[in-house]
Ligand binder design. Structure first.
Ligand code: 3PG
Ligand code: CO
Length: 518
């Protein structure tokens, strides 16, 4: 007897335009020279922080609060937006894979059964991000998968690595390659023929997103499938060390390379009868390769050779496209009743400028067609990526400029909200720009061997601000005092309240209350 109808909020009116503004990569941290938000001129966000204390607070944006395995896991856009939209905390990809590996269920599922059929005569290829960032993939999961696959019959394994330097420190690729080569050498002692076959930096090879630049995927295809690349090396360790020597080189953008044998022949092109697993759990930067691997008809680039392979993703990357059709770990339970779908069912117009993450990765049976046209009220959602995108480059000066630009954008939205008598909710999906240096446990900046601080290109573990306001906000509306540990998932109920509705009962509690008298 499920009803889409939400109860009216007893105190908050309907009909206001609500702008939900998400500052990407905008956390709260101590003010110092590596805090680009602090250094930058950000009068709008400053005025919120220094304004009414009952309308500004911090919320958790990392770890278990957003469905990640542990509180040592930094937040990211996928899990952050998921929590913001779903209003509940769902186990995210990283956690689902951990559980499947721990329980051994990964080897019992349809996906593994499928690829296993190639183990007798073919090679198992593992393609993914070599990193312990925990955003797209994790090295320990790759290690477990290598061990498990070989124990379940894989006799010939080729790993196609993508170096990180974005979710982890630049230069860490060397250490990961060393560890991986050690693991593969141990497998070889057990008569498994296991090698690294190709590689390249994640931002230049394979891991493009939103169909921005198919050449990135093509570069990977040429190296991984065809065994062709401008750089050839005898070992992957030699490859990353050498390629990092060129001026300006960094892990994120290493050029593609293939590993060759003594005769100069690629050691691991992908051939008919082989199996492939893309071991990233996060979808956005794997879905393009998944299309190239899975679609018979494909015109994004010339694949030259399209081998007959058995392909499985670590997860299914696109629930709507059912892509890939085989996967090792079952998808998250359907994320029903996201803020988007429920509010649409109340017949709102939603200007949705953010990502599919917000609506449960497209797994919500959703909205799109049903009540879309029935326009009564309006919500605007905007993601401002500046702090995060530039923060990932590790360029502190540029990140300061980016933070200023994001703050100016917030001001423009506030001005628009002022004009329509609306309400704003400003928050962030995770930290990044507020701390650009790697720190030890005591919080002191870490130095590299040359005595320079180690720049942090990744997200952080910091909490993020949330502020509410605007002329449409009821005078007594304020943050509750009793939700000390609240996180991004609590924002969904808050937004529903601001639209004049009570949230669904299984949502994380709202952050706000309405005082009778001010
Ligand atoms: C990326 O994919 O760019 C980073 O690994 C994570 O950044 P995002 O979670 O902000 O997209
Ligand atoms: Co980011």
């Amino acid at each position: 007897d499920f009803s889409w109808k939400l109860k009216d909020h007893p105190k908050l009116a309907k009909g206001k335009t609500v702008a939900v503004v998400v500052l990407d990569g905008w956390g709260e941290a101590n003010p110092n020279q590596y805090n680009c938000i602090h250094v930058a001129d950000t009068p709008t966000m400053d005025s919120l922080k220094n304004g009414a204390p009952e309308r500004w607070r911090l919320v958790k944006a990392h770890g278990t609060a957003v469905g990640l395995p542990s509180d040592d896991d930094m937040g990211n856009s996928e899990v952050g937006h998921n929590a913001l939209g779903a209003g509940r905390i769902y186990a995210q990809g990283a956690k689902l894979v951990d559980t499947a590996l721990e329980t051994g269920k990964i080897y019992e599922g349809e996906g593994f059964e499928y690829i296993k059929q190639s183990f007798e005569d073919g090679t198992l290829h593992l393609i993914g991000l070599l990193s312990d960032g925990g955003v797209h993939s994790r090295f320990d999961q790759l290690q477990l998968l290598l061990k498990g696959a070989s124990e379940h019959g894989a006799k010939r394994i080729r790993v196609h690595i993508l170096t990180d330097g974005r979710d982890v420190v630049d230069g860490s690729s060397v250490g990961f390659v060393e560890s991986l080569e050690n693991d593969l050498a141990k497998l070889c002692e057990k008569d498994v023929d296991a090698k690294i076959a190709s590689g390249g930096g994640r931002m230049y090879v394979t891991m493009d997103r939103y169909e921005n630049d198919w050449d990135v995927v093509k570069r990977g295809w040429d190296a991984q499938v065809l065994g062709e690349a401008p750089h050839k090396f005898k070992s992957a360790l030699e490859a990353v060390k050498k390629l990092r020597e060129s001026p300006g080189a960094n892990d994120q953008f290493l050029p593609p390379f293939v590993i060759v044998d003594d005769n100069g022949k690629a050691v691991g092109p992908i051939l008919d009868g082989d199996a492939i697993v893309t071991f990233n759990f996060r979808a956005d930067r794997m879905v393009m390769l998944a299309k190239a691997l899975e679609y018979d008809k494909f015109d994004k680039f010339d694949r030259v050779r399209y081998p007959k392979i058995r392909y499985a993703g670590m997860l299914q990357y696109d629930g709507e496209l059912k892509l890939p059709s085989h996967y090792l770990v079952s998808p998250p339970e359907n994320i029903w009743c996201t803020t988007v779908s429920v509010l649409c069912m109340q017949a709102m117009k939603l200007l949705n400028l953010v990502t599919s993450h917000f609506s449960g990765m497209g797994t919500d049976p959703d909205v799109s067609t049903r009540i879309w046209k029935n326009i009564l009220k309006s919500q605007v959602r905007v993601n401002l990526p500046n702090g995060d995108m530039v923060g990932h480059t590790g360029d502190v000066q540029a990140t300061i400029v980016a933070c200023k630009a994001a703050d100016e954008a917030v001001k423009m939205i506030f001005d628009a909200i002022e004009q329509v008598g609306g309400i704003y909710v400003v928050t962030a999906d995770h930290g990044n720009a507020e701390d650009m240096v790697k720190r030890n446990k005591k919080g002191e900046p870490l130095l590299d061997k040359d005595g320079n601080v180690q720049i942090l290109t990744s997200h952080t573990l910091q909490p993020v601000p949330i502020a509410i306001g605007g002329p449409g906000l009821a005078p007594g509306a304020r943050f509750r005092q009793d939700l000390f540990g609240a996180g991004l998932a609590n924002v969904a109920a808050t937004v529903m309240n601001l639209h004049g509705f009570e949230a669904l009962s299984d949502y994380e509690p709202t952050l706000i209350e309405v005082a009778d008298k001010q």
